[in-house]
Every structure is written in C-alpha cells, then in structure tokens.
Design a binder for this molecule. Structure first.
Ligand SMILES: NC(=O)c1ccc[n+]([C@@H]2O[C@H](COP(=O)([O-])OP(=O)(O)OC[C@H]3O[C@@H](n4cnc5c(N)ncnc54)[C@H](OP(=O)(O)O)[C@@H]3O)[C@@H](O)[C@H]2O)c1
Length: 340
C-alpha cells in the first residue's frame, strides 16, 4: 500500500505520522506533502527519513490512500487532482463534508457509507462533532433522537498551530501578571489577538469561527454534520461553540432529548459498551489528550423534557477528532478489500 500525508508538517499531520506508526499501517511507500514553504524539509518516520514535497509541483500517480490535513482551500484545489490520479483521499478539512457525493464517516457509526465513494474522496467530520458522534449514535439507535442542545469548550489547537501560538504567547506575555490583568479586565495588554479576536488567555470566547448568520460556522458544522452522519436530516440541534484557553482536547456539554423512556443505568451501560468511549465520573480535556477514546461523564437525567439525558464529553481533537479517525477510515478501506 502506498500512502501520502498532505499537511504532514502540521499538527494533525504530525499526529497522523505517529498514529500510522503506532497502528502499524501496512505502508510500502510513504510520501509527505506540504505547502511550498516546507518543500525540501525532512521528517522522520520510524527508521525512514522522508523529504517533504511541494503539493503544487508533484506527480501524484501511484498513491493508494492520501490522508489530507492541509486546510479547506488547499484541499479544494488538490484533492480532486490526487483523486483523479487514482488515490482515495481522506480529507480532514470542511471542504467536502457536505458534498452529497462525498461520504462523511465515523467508522464506529457509519462505515457502511464507504461502499460508495463516487469522487474518490471521503470526508472526516469536524473535531467537535467527532467528540460525541459515537455516544449520540448509541442513544439514537436505542431510544430515538429528537433534539440536541449543547455548549462546546474548544481547545486552541482546533484552530491550527497559529491558535496554539497565540495562547502560548499570551500566557508568556501575561506571565505572573495574568491574574492582575484579568482581574482588572485589562487583557488587551496580552498582545496579538489575530486568531481569536479577543484575548484567549484567562478568558472564554463564545464565538468559534466566523458568523454565518446569527450562528457561527462551527455551530452550523455541528448541526449539518450530525444530521448527515446519523442520517437524521431533520434533527433539531442548538449549539453554542466556545473557545477556551486549553491547548488540546475539545469538550462538550450536551442535553439530549430522546423519543422513548429509558433507565439511567441502561443508558450508562450502553455508553460504556460503545466503541471508542470511556465512561468516567469527571471527563476533562487533560484526561483525553493523547488518548484515542472520548471520555464521557456527568451522565444524568435532564428533567426539563420528557426523556432527557445530560452528559459531558472530552476528546482529543487532534487524535479521534482528526488524525485517528482518518487512519481508521483508511483501515476500514483496506479491510473492505478495495485494494486487493
Ligand atoms: N487542529 C484540529 O483539531 C483539527 C481537527 C480536525 C480537522 N482539522 C483540519 O486539519 C487541517 C490541518 O489542521 P492543523 O491543525 O494540522 O493545521 P496546521 O498545524 O496549521 O498545519 C497545516 C498544514 O497544512 C499545510 N498547508 C497550509 N496551507 C497549505 C497550502 N496552501 N497548500 C498546501 N499545504 C498547505 C501546512 O504546510 P506548511 O507547514 O508548509 O505551512 C501544514 O502542513 C485543517 O483543515 C483543519 O481544519 C484540524
């Protein structure tokens, strides 16, 4: 099997490289691509040293699976070219997710969608959607799903390496004055706010992504992607997406309204048995960071509706939220016999 990683120099690309090694992907040839800025750099992969290629000057023939994490605009331009050259592209960006001819896949939930890949492109869901899809699917399958209301707590790494740098720089610049600065509401002194518009150190920002209407792009993505993945086109979803000063690990507080009644113990048991999920009393992004599983806790009744469940989930946005899911899709494609 010949693999390629596009965006190999980025955060998700780096995690893809380490997960590909951890999971022993059956790799013969492996190529790394990035922007022209990184062309010629070398990256280690196990015992191999691989030179990063310029994505705009390469010959793409011979690649079987191309894992993309190079942003939506690069993906819009490059994915069709790589797919035309014969590879199946598994894309992490938002570019293709809502294309009706592109399956949007969480293998634990809807791997069957991989049977048809008309454009040779498969999309990976948004990292926030991914944190909770398996859990919500378990509830939907067993009790029917009517409505989701939630708030997210999204890490800065979800906004790329520039988001990580912005928080790190603000923390460094604030130093031991951060307490005083935040106490007096004087955080403007923390410097660059180009990524998040407001200071992120010592703060929370209830606007993740740009406004589309009175909702943000992240809030739209959650609703649209959940409907497509769960095959529930009319699912009612109300989400508030919030950026928090956490480096890695997205969290989400959910109120889920189900169609039929349930025993809480039965809900806990079913979630515990869900693939890729760990039930814990207090899930946190730190617990989740570096791990493959999504951590689910605070499972309780929401008595404001007839059949309501409240819970809290934390997951690593760079692993299951991006790189791991893409690699699990690649594994499912290989297992399906498509390349034999
Ligand atoms: N971060 C997350 O939690 C997360 C989760 C799910 C999905 N994603 C998606 O994954 C993608 C990458 O995220 P990231 O956090 O890894 O970002 P990142 O750290 O900023 O890395 C971006 C990567 O894309 C490459 N790139 C940037 N512009 C390019 C262009 N015009 N042409 C070709 N390559 C280009 C970069 O190459 P250079 O090094 O040469 O600049 C780098 O390898 C994004 O689409 C993002 O939406 C991210």
């Amino acid at each position: 099997m010949n693999f390629a990683i596009f965006g190999a120099t980025g955060q998700v690309g780096q995690v893809m490289r380490s997960i590909a090694l951890e999971r022993n992907l059956p790799i013969d040839e492996l190529r790394f691509f990035a922007s022209p800025r990184s062309a010629g750099k070398t990256l280690q992969f196990g015992s191999r040293v691989i030179t990063v290629e310029n994505s705009y000057e390469a010959d793409f023939s011979g690649i079987d699976i191309a894992l993309f994490s190079n942003g939506a605009s690069a993906s819009l331009e490059l994915a069709p070219k790589v797919a035309m050259a014969g590879a199946i592209v598994v894309d992490n960006s938002s570019a293709w997710r809502m294309d009706p001819q592109v399956p949007l896949v969480v293998p634990e939930v809807n791997a069957a969608e991989l049977a048809k890949i008309p454009k040779n492109i498969v999309a990976n869901p948004n990292c926030t959607t991914m944190v909770c899809m398996s859990t919500i699917n378990t509830l939907a399958t067993n009790f029917g799903l009517l409505r989701i209301v939630g708030s997210t707590y999204q890490a800065v790494s979800g906004a790329g390496i520039t988001g990580v740098d912005e928080l790190a720089n603000q923390l460094e610049r604030g130093g031991n004055r951060l307490r005083e600065l935040t106490f007096y509401g004087n955080c403007l002194e923390l410097g660059d706010t180009s990524q998040f518009e407001e200071p992120i150190a010592g703060n929370v920002i209830p606007k993740a992504g740009k406004f589309v209407d009175d909702e943000t792009v992240e809030e739209h993505k959650f609703r649209d992607e959940a409907r497509k993945i769960l095959s529930l086109p009319d699912l009612r979803v109300s989400m508030t997406c919030v950026r928090v000063p956490v480096f890695t690990g997205h969290s989400i507080a959910l109120n889920i309204e189900l169609e039929s009644d349930f025993e809480l113990e039965q809900v806990r048991k079913l979630i515990k048995e869900t693939n890729g999920v760990v039930v814990t009393e207090v899930p946190t992004p730190q617990k989740a960071a570096g791990n493959d599983e999504n951590y689910v806790g605070r499972i309780r009744r929401d008595n404001t509706v007839a059949n309501g469940v409240s819970l809290f989930i934390s997951g690593d946005n760079l692993r299951k939220g991006a790189a791991l899911n893409a690699i699990q899709i690649a594994e499912a494609l290989i297992d399906s016999g498509r390349f034999t």
